[in-house]
Design a protein around this ligand. Sequence first.
Ligand SMILES: C[S@@+](CC[C@H](N)C(=O)[O-])C[C@H]1O[C@@H](n2cnc3c(N)ncnc32)[C@H](O)[C@@H]1O
Length: 341
Amino acid sequence: MQTSLFKKKRKSWDKGGNKFTFIDLFAGIGGFRIALEDQGGKCLFSSEIDKECVKTYAANFNDYPSGDITEIKPSSIPKHDILCGGFPCQPFSISGKQKGFQDTRGTLFFNILEIIKEKTPKVVFLENVKHLQYHDKKRTLATIIKHLEELGYKTEWHLLNAKDFGLAQNRERIIIIGNKHKHFSFSKIKTYEPKIIKDILEKNGNFEYLKPSEFTILPKGKWRKQASGLIFCGYRNKSIRINGTRPNTEHLSRVHKQPNRIYHIDGTHPTIPSQESSGRFWIFDGKKVRKLTLNECFRLMGFPDDFEKVSSNGARYNQIGNAVAIPMIREVTHQILNQLI
Ligand SMILES: C[S@@+](CC[C@H](N)C(=O)[O-])C[C@H]1O[C@@H](n2cnc3c(N)ncnc32)[C@H](O)[C@@H]1O
C-alpha cells in the first residue's frame, strides 16, 4: 500500500530535531497531535478510552494511546514540555445535563491535575466547550483556574472561534493556558479570514440529496447572514417546534430543530456536534439540498484529506464532532512557543 503524504509527514517528526515535547490526553483521533507535530513537537504519551478513537489514532500515528486515564499512574508518564487535553465536555455542555464535577467525566480534570503535580510541564494547554465559562454560575471555570493557580501556574483563558482560523465553521471553544512563569497573551494569536462552505466542498461524490418535496427554501429576502457567518435559508419539511413559536416564523432557524435546518453554501457552517451520528448537516447550493459528506466534515475541522478514517460512519461523525479545530490549535501552539517555551 502506498504511504499517504500525511503519514510520510507524520513520520518525519520521528527523526529527531523536535523543538519541544508534549503529551496528548483525551486524545480522541489526534487533533492536538496533528497541530503540535506541525509546530515541531514530539508526542511522548497519549491516552484515550474509546476503542474506535484508538483504532483511528493508531491508523494515523502508528501509536496506540494508553487507555483510561484514571487507571494510569502519573509517575509512569514521561516528563514533557506541554500537557494537552481537550477533556470531556459533555458534563459542561449546554446540550448535556450539565452535571459538571458531579459527573464522573467532569472529575477527569482532577486526573489532569495529578499529572501536572507530578510532572510539572512548562505549559498546560486545555480546550473545552464555550459553555464551560457559565457552568454552575461560573464556579466550574473558576475552580479549574484556582486549582491550576494553586499549583503555581499563571492561568489565562479565552474564547476562540474556528471561523477565525480559516475554517468554514462557527465553533467557539474555551482555551485555557497555564505557565509557571508568565501569563499567556491571547491578543498575539494570528487570525485568518473565514472560509465559506462552498470553499471546502468535494467536487464529486456519492452525494445524499433531499427530494424537492422533502424541503422548503425560504424566499431569498428572508435569508439573513448572521454575525456568525451562517446563512439559514431553509428547512426540512418536518414538524416545527410548537412551544413558544408564533405563526409565520418559519424563516427563523430556532423554529426548526438543528438536524432540520438548511444552510447556504455562501456562509459558514454551524458547529459540528459530537452527538449527531447520522450526519444530518444539510446545505443548499442554490439548486439542490444535500448532506455534507464525512470528508467535508473533516475539512471543516481542518483535518487533511488523507487522514485515515477506519471506524463506522456513525463513529466517524462522533469522532469529528469531538475533535479540535486544527488550525486554531496550531496558531495557539505557535504563540505558546513564542511566548512560553
Ligand atoms: C472532547 S474529546 C477530545 C477529542 C480530541 N481533542 C480530538 O481532537 O480528537 C474527549 C475524549 O476523551 C475521551 N475520554 C473520556 N474519558 C476518558 C478517560 N477516562 N480516559 C481517557 N480518555 C477518556 C473520550 O473518549 C473522548 O475521545
